[in-house]
Design a protein around this ligand. Structure first.
Ligand code: ATP
Length: 238
């Protein structure tokens, strides 16, 4: 792809005290791409996402967002620059209504844009419009995942970070969620997706990366990785 780079990660290292969790990670996400990082439990996926959003210290290497070096930027600066993370486990505000959850996602936006922003996410997630006055805690797991994504989109991120959106969902819902993620990419939203469900993630990814014990061991077009023998035996149970 010749689209401009949105996120460039170079030789990134990160530690938890004496434990090294990331060993020199290189990743590129270009504008409009859906890039998936897959790997087993404990491989370092969450650590990398936390380093990108600025809540995990980096012990070496660099992260560029557009043409700005954000390696030392605060989490808030990164959100304001347009990086938005949808956390693992969804973390919507259960006692608040669906629509109030969405309003929270718009905190960096001008108030005058709120109505239009709500209309846009309701067009992407019609079920949320139907349930907009319900408290979020009443939604199903899949709908809470949609609400978490919609809340992130209310801030018009330039880069959406998705942490394990399939976590805890039944297989049919996983299919729906990945269809939605694909739809967001088709809307032009740039997405970096982290998943243990390698099959579902690589099937929709423009580019995939495989992480093992803190290092990238394979990368390439998503469907090509799906066909890779090493990936099939290690991650797809083939
Ligand atoms: P999961 O899918 O379970 O979230 P992951 O791929 O996201 O796994 P990480 O959570 O990033 O993996 O963990 C990477 C490595 O860092 C693991 O070896 C883990 O044990 C270690 N680690 C993670 N959090 C801490 C911590 N708070 N203190 C010490 N080591 C940690």
């Amino acid at each position: 792809s010749s689209a401009p780079p949105v996120l460039q990660i170079r030789a990134l290292h990160s530690h938890y005290g004496p434990i090294q969790a990331l060993h020199g990670i290189d990743i590129d996400v270009r504008q409009g791409q859906l890039v998936a990082l897959v790997g087993a439990n404990g491989a370092g996926k969450t650590t990398l996402l936390r380093a990108i959003s600025g809540v995990q210290p980096v012990s070496g290497g660099a992260i560029a967002f557009g043409d700005v070096d954000i390696t030392r930027a605060s989490p808030d600066q990164r959100v304001r620059a347009g990086i938005c993370q949808v956390p693992e486990g969804r973390q919507v505000f259960g006692p608040m209504s669906v629509e109030d959850n969405l309003r929270l996602g718009a905190y960096t936006r001008p108030k005058t844009e709120l109505a239009g922003d709500l209309e846009r996410v309701y067009a992407l997630f019609p079920v949320l419009e139907e349930k907009r006055l319900l408290v979020a805690g009443m939604l199903s797991g899949g709908q809470q995942q949609m609400l978490a994504m919609a809340r992130a989109l209310m801030g018009h991120p330039k880069l959406l970070l998705l942490d394990e959106p399939s976590m805890g969902l039944a297989p049919l819902l996983i299919r729906d969620i990945f269809r939605i993620v694909e739809g967001l990419r088709d809307e032009g939203i740039t997405i970096f997706l982290v998943e243990q469900n390698a099959h579902a993630a690589l099937a929709i990814a423009d580019v995939g990366y495989v992480i093992e014990t803190g290092a990238i061991v394979l990368s390439g077009p998503g469907p090509e990785l799906l066909g890779n023998e090493q990936v099939q035996s290690a991650y797809l149970g083939m």
